[in-house]
Design a protein around this ligand. Structure first.
Ligand SMILES: Cc1cn([C@H]2C[C@H](O)[C@@H](COP(=O)(O)OP(=O)(O)O[C@H]3O[C@H](C)C(=O)[C@H](O)[C@H]3O)O2)c(=O)[nH]c1=O
Length: 183
């Protein structure tokens, strides 16, 4: 696995080594030792999630507040998504900035997203299966969101916003100005 810092250095792009042969392919999807070595810190993922969505579904922007804040390691098993991580740490020099990376069945890229970021994605393919690890359990009471179309963030979702499919919850998320953020 290759680890590459993105324009927001705490967000890490992870590129696996895919081993192809006449049968198909094999690759290690996660190596705790390699990731901890790159980060120089311990990682303790405790929950795996999977969601399937059709083209145009936008899930996000979500995060959990401390003490249930989550580190996420996200990837796409089928199809492709534009994955977005927004820096919501008020003291960060990149506050309000975001990383946008296409994650796909083809590129097999993963994104490492620590606490302090709101996360979301929009499905670009006909269907996408999204799979991710988190290092803190789901806690509904500490779950928060930010409106995907927030004027301050000006996120380019690279998808026509009049065609997205979104949950009722995500239609009414607060703007970043009104959201509970990280220090
Ligand atoms: C996240 C989560 C949800 N749920 C339940 C709650 C609902 O009954 C149902 C769907 O939840 P929701 O609509 O919040 O699912 P997504 O919109 O995919 O939310 C996720 O989307 C963005 C992209 C994220 O980064 C978060 O991990 C997560 O918030 O699953 C659980 O039981 N456990 C969980 O860990």
């Amino acid at each position: 696995m290759k680890f590459i810092k993105t324009s927001i250095p705490d967000i890490i792009l992870c590129k696996p080594t895919v081993l192809n042969d006449a049968r198909g392919y094999f690759f290690e999807t996660f190596r705790k030792d390699e990731l901890e070595h790159f980060l120089a810190e311990k990682i303790d993922f405790c929950q795996d999630n999977e969601s399937k969505s059709v083209k145009g579904v936008l899930r996000g922007l979500h995060y959990q507040l401390p003490p249930f804040a989550q580190t996420k390691m996200v990837r796409v098993i089928k199809g492709s998504v534009l994955d977005i991580a927004v820096d919501i740490r008020k003291s960060s020099p990149t506050f309000g900035k975001y990383v946008a990376i296409e994650l796909s069945e083809e590129n097999k890229y993963q994104l490492f997203i620590p606490p302090g970021f709101a996360h979301g994605y929009v499905v670009l393919s006909e269907e996408a299966i999204f799979s991710y690890k988190v290092d803190n359990y789901y806690d509904k009471a500490s779950e928060r969101g930010i409106l995907f179309s927030d004027d301050f963030l000006q996120i380019d979702w690279e998808f026509p916003l009049n065609e997205i499919i979104i949950s009722e919850k995500d239609k009414v998320q607060p703007t970043i100005q009104n959201a509970d953020l990280f220090q």
